[in-house]
Write a protein that binds this ligand. Structure first.
Ligand SMILES: [Zn+2]
Ligand SMILES: [Zn+2]
Length: 311
């Protein structure tokens, strides 16, 4: 991992643009040492939260904590920016999908982290919410495991947030995830999700989502974790498989390398569209007829999946 964090543009003797310390990362044209990288990440998140009005006094935040890299960084940053006593409470929610031989490790990491930070932790399992663990739900159609899991996990998180009376659901999506989603929605012709996602202002009664790391790149997230001593290599999910997103991830990483600014341009295009394009009423997100969850059609995908499984 060390090699990946030391991205000094082929100049290992380079030092930080702000001090004499050795640089650990070249980012947005600036070389940053460990201390300045941490400060830069936290400052940018703080600024984003305040400029976009993500958090208001009295908010009760449900933080989606998978135990993976993005959500670990998210909780670390938030626990520094929103100390208790400022009228904002943090509760971490982990979904135990029920994937034998995989979930235990990330679940353990999530427990350890919340204990260390002194943050309340709730674990909700697919078995409790949907009646069966993921392994049993997808038996016989393992190739759809990743898709099914993603849809049901979203739903489980919403339920968890509602259960604790959260005013907002916080997720760890980073700038690269967001840019990938823009391209993915375009390639799928899904204008609804391109223009209106769950973070673009949910109508009641949905719990609004916020993404405080949306201005932080994956490279920065990894460097931040590494410097703060929370970087760990976790096992890969047995259901992970080549999907459109992984092709897009690779393509965008290559484009950003050769043409810096590509990611930012994609995100700006989305923001302009969101600000100026109105979707026709039938194209907007609405409440699912069966569960009341956020849906782009009459019945949400989670309900469709559960119905097809006879649950
Ligand atoms: Zn420095
Ligand atoms: Zn539904």
């Amino acid at each position: 991992m060390g090699a990946e964090v030391r991205m000094t543009d082929g100049n290992p003797t380079g030092h930080c643009s702000f001090c004499r310390e050795p640089a650990v990362i070249l980012d947005r044209g600036q070389r940053l040492c460990a201390g300045h990288l941490v400060a830069e990440v936290e400052n940018r998140v703080r600024k984003d939260i305040s400029e976009k009005g993500m958090v208001a006094p009295g908010d009760r935040l449900a933080v989606a904590l998978s135990g993976g890299k993005d959500s670990t960084a998210l909780l670390l940053v938030l626990s520094r920016l929103l100390p208790e006593g400022q009228d904002v409470t943090l509760t971490a929610i982990t979904i135990d999908e029920g994937i034998a031989g995989y979930r235990e490790e990330t679940l353990h990491a999530a427990e350890k982290l919340t204990k260390e930070l002194g943050i309340t932790h709730r674990v909700l399992s697919f078995a409790c919410i949907f009646g069966k663990p993921l392994d049993a739900l997808v038996a016989g159609q393992q190739e759809r495991g990743c898709t099914i899991c993603g849809v049901l996990r979203r739903k489980a998180l919403e339920e968890g947030a509602r259960e604790i009376g959260a005013t907002k659901l916080v997720t760890g999506h980073n700038a690269d995830d967001e840019a990938q989603s823009v391209l993915m929605n375009l390639l799928r012709g899904d204008l609804t999700r391109l223009i209106q996602d769950s973070s673009s202002g949910d109508p009641e009664p949905f719990v609004p989502r916020i993404k405080p790391l949306a201005g932080i790149t994956e490279k920065e997230v990894l460097a931040y974790l590494f410097i703060r001593g929370f970087y760990t290599d976790l096992p890969e999910c047995p259901y992970a498989q080549p999907a459109l997103r992984s092709e897009i991830r690779e393509m965008l990483a290559g484009l950003e390398d050769r043409h810096p600014g590509t990611r930012e341009a994609l995100l700006q295009s989305r923001d302009v569209l969101r600000a100026h394009v109105a979707l026709p009423p039938h194209g907007q997100l609405r409440a699912c007829r069966e569960c009341g969850g956020l849906s782009s059609g009459e019945i949400c995908r989670a309900c469709q999946i559960l119905r097809s499984m006879g649950s």
